[in-house]
Design a protein. Structure first.
Length: 184
């Protein structure tokens, strides 16, 4: 089963991906983690990725696709993405390589998301206020077409992620069952 999780910064994609990963016994492919790890490498590509991460910009498709496709090619039982694809070109490229079963779109009001980001663990460069503002701008401009693309393909499943984790957890489990049923 190949699942994509999309949503704005701070919506909880990583947290919910863990639940889905455990339920379907599939690995999480987290672009954020992969790019942060890449940015720490003392390589030309690592330094380039670091520049993008530190200013809140998206890492160019050719770098992300290279790293992601290498990972996805090894996964035979399926996967759930966390933060990928972020733009339409990435979505189309991914679709050309694997069949996507479902896209989960987590949505929540920006005010709630900003509060979550402010309160989560410190130390992430991409959580600095100036960078968060840029991440929301980029999300709105670039990721919204991805959501529309998958909605047109009729594989988009929306979840209201405005609630706290315990409430979302109660919503996610029945949603996973619904997704499972729809896929059979």
């Amino acid at each position: 089963m190949n699942i994509i999780a999309v949503g704005p910064p701070g919506v909880g994609k990583s947290t919910y991906a863990q639940l889905i990963s455990k339920h379907f016994n599939i690995p999480i492919v987290s672009v954020g983690k992969m790019m942060r790890a890449e940015s720490k490498k003392p390589t030309k590509q690592g330094r380039l990725v670091k520049k993008y991460v530190e200013c809140g910009d998206l890492v160019p498709d050719e770098i992300v696709d290279k790293v992601i496709n290498h990972k996805i090619a090894k996964l035979k039982k399926g996967f759930i993405t966390d933060g990928y694809p972020r733009e339409l070109g990435q979505a189309k490229l991914l679709d050309s390589k694997v069949d996507i079963d479902v896209v989960i779109f987590y949505k929540a009001h920006k005010k709630i998301l900003l509060e979550r980001i402010k309160n989560r663990h410190k130390g992430r460069v991409d959580d600095l206020p100036k960078i968060v503002k840029e991440r929301f701008k980029v999300y709105k401009e670039i990721t919204t077409p991805v959501i529309k693309y998958y909605k047109r393909k009729k594989i988009l499943f929306e979840i209201d992620a405005s609630y706290d984790y315990k409430q979302i957890n109660k919503i996610i489990k029945p949603s996973i069952k619904a997704i499972s049923s729809a896929m059979k």
